[in-house]
Design a protein around this ligand. Structure first.
Ligand code: 13P
Ligand code: ZN
Length: 269
């Protein structure tokens, strides 16, 4: 029987992951097994869950993450497709528990689906968020077409160049992605170096960071909120490209208009 049986709150969290996975596929951001999601579900891990035996041997995370001791995560499975996860989240992902040494995890349910290859980045970010006392519990990596395309130009890799342009395309972008878009230079997917660089960028106070020529990594209170931030940023990139395709450089909102918005919505500077 699924671990979600008679655990409606835990099931509701996993259902949100499945819903977002469907959106990622519909958006065209999730080719093949592209992208991954992890959610810290420790809050829903009751005593009966704690007592469950592992169904895998302990496996190394690649890092020691002291704030994750005993934490539980739902993780997309490596090689699994978002479009399949949308239908069957526990057949295409698993619940893992971090071991007391904080350097390993074990799979507990439902099936021994090996977690995403980007686990070092996801777990390092969750460790960072807990250390900071953040309420964020979800992290999402996906391959949004227009945002990834931007990172093929040096111009948009300059610190905050893309943020400024994207914010200026439509007022909602700054309202709903108020910390902008951080940049992480190209690094080998799934590497510990990429995990470290991701933490460094998030620590500069971004909720969404670009992995150059690869994808975005976003954090928020829930997976739905993380998705929304990426969605508004990619929409802005699409508006920029639509204007360019009409044969002109978009004017963009002025600095004064952005400043007015920031004050009116009480956004971070
Ligand atoms: P996984 O299938 O291991 O989650 O990898 C997908 C991906 O996007 C790697 O960056
Ligand atoms: Zn990827």
């Amino acid at each position: 029987m699924s671990i979600l049986h008679k655990r409606p709150l835990l099931k509701a969290e996993i259902d949100k992951v499945a819903e977002v996975a469907g959106y990622l596929w519909q958006k065209g951001w999730a080719e093949r097994n592209g992208g991954n999601i992890t959610v810290n579900v420790t809050e829903w891990a009751d005593a009966a869950m704690q007592a469950l035996p592992a169904i895998s041997e302990p496996r190394p995370i690649g890092k020691t993450l002291p704030h994750l001791k005993g934490c539980w995560f739902y993780c997309k499975g490596t090689g699994k497709r978002m479009r399949d996860l949308a239908r069957d989240p526990m057949g295409n992902g698993s619940l893992i528990r971090i071991t007391p040494d904080c350097a390993h995890y074990e799979i507990v349910a439902d099936a021994p689906v090996a977690p995403t290859s980007e686990l070092p980045s996801h777990l390092a970010v969750h460790d960072y968020l807990l250390a900071k006392g953040s309420t964020y519990r979800a992290s999402l990596h996906t391959h949004p077409i227009e945002l990834v395309a931007l990172t093929h130009s040096r111009k948009w890799l300059e610190k905050d160049a893309a943020t400024r342009m994207l914010w200026s395309m439509i007022p909602e972008t700054k309202a709903f992605c108020p910390r902008g878009l951080g940049m992480v230079p190209y690094m080998l997917p799934s590497s510990v170096d990429l995990a470290d660089a991701t933490i460094k960028a998030i620590d500069e106070d971004y909720d969404v960071v670009m992995w150059e020529k690869h994808g975005v990594f976003a954090v928020d209170v829930s997976v739905m909120d993380a998705f929304d931030q990426v969605d508004v940023l990619n929409k802005a990139a699409q508006i920029y490209i639509a204007a360019k395709n009409m044969g002109f450089e978009p004017e963009g909102m002025s600095d004064a208009q952005l400043k007015e918005m920031t004050a009116a919505f009480g956004l971070p500077k």
